[in-house]
Design a protein around this ligand. Sequence first.
Ligand SMILES: Cc1cc2nc3c(=O)[nH]c(=O)nc-3n(C[C@H](O)[C@H](O)[C@H](O)COP(=O)(O)OP(=O)(O)OC[C@H]3O[C@@H](n4cnc5c(N)ncnc54)[C@H](O)[C@@H]3O)c2cc1C
Length: 396
Amino acid sequence: MVVDALVIGAGAAGLFCAAQAAHRGRRVAVIDHAAKPAEKVRISGGGRCNFTNIHTDPARFISNNPHFAKSALARYTPTDFLSLLKRYDITWHEKALGQLFCDGRSMLIIKMLLDELNASGVDLRLGTEVSEISKSGEEFRVETSSGTFCTACLVIATGGLSIPKMGATGFAYDVARQFGHAIVPPRAGLVPLVFSGKDKEDFAALSGISCPVRVAVGGATFDEAMLFTHRGLSGPAILQASSYWREGEPVEIDLFVGADGAQDLITAKAKRPRQTLIRALEARLPKRFIACLTARNLVPTLMGDSRLADLSHAALEAIARTLSDWQVYPSGTEGWRTAEVTVGGVDTRELSSKTMESRRVPGLHFIGECVDVTGWLGGYNFQWAWSSAWVAAQEI
Ligand SMILES: Cc1cc2nc3c(=O)[nH]c(=O)nc-3n(C[C@H](O)[C@H](O)[C@H](O)COP(=O)(O)OP(=O)(O)OC[C@H]3O[C@@H](n4cnc5c(N)ncnc54)[C@H](O)[C@@H]3O)c2cc1C
């Protein structure tokens, strides 16, 4: 079959790109090895798809080239995507921190993408495996279980490695390598951190407890909730930090969330001098967590049981310093099984930031999560899928 453009991967980026290109009059086919399209959209945002973030900004994306995402994000913005939702009467709400979710189920977004596809006459082939890709002159030949496709424009939109159970593969990286592109080593992002030994034991005992923290790692800082799990730490603050974390590095946790902890304790001493230090800390952190910090001697028992009046300002300052710079050393992450995204991917140095086209191989494009651009938690990854897909669709 001869088409103007073949998109491999019927996820968020692939479906959107195909429909937008077909709207421009291009003859487009999309293939995917899965039986259903856009499975990650379906499970995203707890079933309500956090489809964008109104605070979208290139600084909220991780890439070896922090400038790469600027052009696409500026050309197709969250407002553009909201206009599309409006046309389909899909209503939404802001949950927190600019995160926009559907009022209804995420299936509404999938239905919209498929309606866009059908309205523009895109040929969608699911359950289709690719066996070989070759290029001769200006034409790509793609051998698949649904026949041979010949095209001048090939768009790779097969995502990253997270959740292999849902059909994630390293296909995009294999194609990139085949055509001489470099890969920024992929690693699991937006993923819970795991611990070993005493840490694992202590955190497991606190499993289910959550508290607000400021987490700092690799130069990034996040003020959100942290959750103890049976294997370590999770919650939005930790998921965000995981995308920046490298093996062997500490994760710095500020239990006073950037407030002046020393001043807080000194004020508490002035107001309630008979209160013990433990009681004062319990106003801020869960009781069982304080007990754990005491058992770990971060809050020495003798001090913890002392009345604030009996503790010097220097002692309170020392406790505040300890609790605002608590360093923990993860032994790893939960890995691809639970990671929401892949950090790394097709190196952006040989891609055009304006069109997503390869600078090495004319007609070859990479869009969405397979590219070395990874958003923070909160709708940024879908915005990257829409933006990168849209700019590619204007060119193919
Ligand atoms: C549990 C979970 C929740 C998430 N929630 C959110 C959220 O609320 N907001 C947000 O912004 N991001 C969220 N994300 C991230 C978001 O889902 C992805 O960043 C986004 O789906 C990437 O889109 P994509 O089209 O590039 O790749 P994908 O959506 O992964 O699509 C890739 C497609 O390619 C197909 N494919 C893979 N390999 C092959 C192959 N060899 N041959 C043929 N086809 C292949 C797959 O079957 C899939 O259909 C979440 C991720 C997960 C795992």
